[in-house]
Write a protein that binds this ligand. Sequence first.
Ligand code: DP6
Length: 324
Amino acid sequence: MSITAVAYPNIALIKYWGKRDETFNLPATGSLSMTLDVAPTRTTVTLAPGADDDVATWRGEAMSGDDLTRVRSFLDLVRELAGSRVRAVVETANEIPTGAGLASSASGFAALAAAASGAYGLDLTERDLSRLARRGSGSAARSVFGALVQWHAGRDDASSYAEPLPASALELALVVAVLSPGRKPVGSREAMRRTAATSPFFPAWVASVPTELEAMRRAIADADFGAVGELAEANALRMHATMLGAVPPVRYWNADTVAALDLVAQLRTDGLSAYATMDAGPNVKVLCRPQDAGAVAERFTAAFEDVNLLIAGPGPGVRIEGTR
Ligand code: DP6
């Protein structure tokens, strides 16, 4: 049995930063994101009866170390649900243009959850697929669904899942500006853990996110682009402020990050409605209306010599592409 699934990355407008429980990957707060229509991950899971262990490849190269361990632990969860001991072969590839700066764990674990649950014969609802994907990587719970998605923090494993937001007339584009490709100094998992354990600002972050989520839901329902942008930018800055308070501090920003934030502010001064968001890295993503995306991209090209740009719109949820 062999199943191929495709999933897309998502960018949070209200971020997930900090866990309440590491075993079940329960978040400290809810979060809200847009699934993108670029850079999908395609994953095939093939059952391998008689094999001693799981094998995984990424773009044809054997995976090893922590990456392989995460895949195997995830397959163990699926096997437990399916009552199976059969090992599997996992082949995965990303259509991410080099150094796109889009986290691949969200699309990666959403695709793996769909392909593996199918290959092991689990017939999951979308909600249960979201719960399963969450165990691989929190943000993957959101990539199960398309367009605008909210992940409910929940109280336990059963109640922590993502679901699509009600349809809205809001039209969004995201310009991903990659100024600094390359590995980050601290992985997001460790940075999150450190922030929750040591930052005196973390309790304030946890206390303020529910209000921000409500305001964001309202702004989306009202298709109020300006309010969505302001809330998203403020939330990203708060997330980074929280990590700056960790011991030792987590600082993903570099000089280009600040220059890009200045440029986004300048775009607004010039009458272009654009807002910045950032994840666990130095790169800046710009939220704008679809008709402004080209102009935003041009301004970044003019300001930065080596910038790599990607324009994204809302994309689909995870889908099964093939069964053999
Ligand atoms: C900054 O989902 O990668 O992108 O659950 O530990 O795998 P784990 O974390 P992950 O963290 C994403 C953090 C973020 C914000 C967000 O996507 O909400």
